[in-house]
Design a protein around this ligand. Structure first.
Ligand code: G4P
Ligand code: NA
Ligand code: NA
Length: 189
């Protein structure tokens, strides 16, 4: 997605060889026009699949997931993050390690909002090692819903998340792929 690449070149701050700060468009502020355009791209990719629900994880996935849901005219469900493992039987809960933050978090979705009649697209802002996406995929599978695919705004293809999830047989679509952040330079694939 050329517009997203342009914006990333404009506002992206390379923090290390592995991390790019995109606060201005994804993680602290929202550009409504760009976010709407991203939603349209995701909708175009999955429109023929009979999507009934968009699923993401709070917080940074929510605006782009909302834009996709709006475009496809389906509800959005966002997994919540909890500090303590929720053991109640009315929720699906999965523990997710975070490479960037060096800690684990628990994500949960109430059984009320996901079930075997759903045809789901998972949307998220970044994929690095893919731990968050894999956790949410486990929840979707446990609910009995059909996972149609994963839509990611920024795939860091020098990290293994996107590749390993594709290798597990899941369709993964990224709007842009960053192949390297070495030497402070953003390289797109
Ligand atoms: P993974 O899920 O793919 O394994 O990635 P990781 O554990 O490293 O991700 C932890 C958080 O950091 C995620 O946000 C993810 O979106 C974000 N992240 C990963 N790589 C980058 C990067 O290069 N730049 C930025 N800006 N973020 C990155 P989160 O914990 O879900 O937090 P939130 O932003 O949704 O609140
Ligand atoms: Na995220
Ligand atoms: Na994030």
């Amino acid at each position: 997605m050329e517009l997203l690449k342009q914006k990333i070149r404009e506002v992206g701050v390379v923090l290390s060889d592995e991390v790019i700060k995109l606060d201005a468009i994804l993680n602290h502020a929202v550009d409504p026009a760009l976010t709407t355009a991203m939603g349209q791209e995701f909708a175009k990719l999955f429109r023929e699949e009979g999507v009934t629900k968009i699923v993401t994880i709070e917080s940074s996935g929510i605006p782009i997931a909302f834009a996709a849901a709006q475009e496809l005219n389906v509800p959005l469900v966002f997994a919540r993050r909890k500090k303590t493992l929720n053991t109640d039987t009315e929720t699906y809960c999965e523990r997710v390690p975070s490479f960037t933050k060096g800690m684990v978090t628990d994500i949960m979705v109430s059984k009320e909002f996901l079930n075997e009649t759903d045809r789901v697209v998972l949307i998220d802002d970044f994929i690095a090692n893919g731990d968050a996406a894999r956790g949410l995929i486990r929840i979707i599978r446990r609910s009995g819903a059909t996972l149609l695919g994963v839509g990611i705004a920024v795939e860091k293809s020098f990290q293994a998340g996107g590749r390993t999830i594709r290798e597990s047989g899941v369709r993964v679509e990224s709007l842009v792929k960053i192949s390297s952040l070495a030497n402070g330079q953003i390289q797109f694939e």
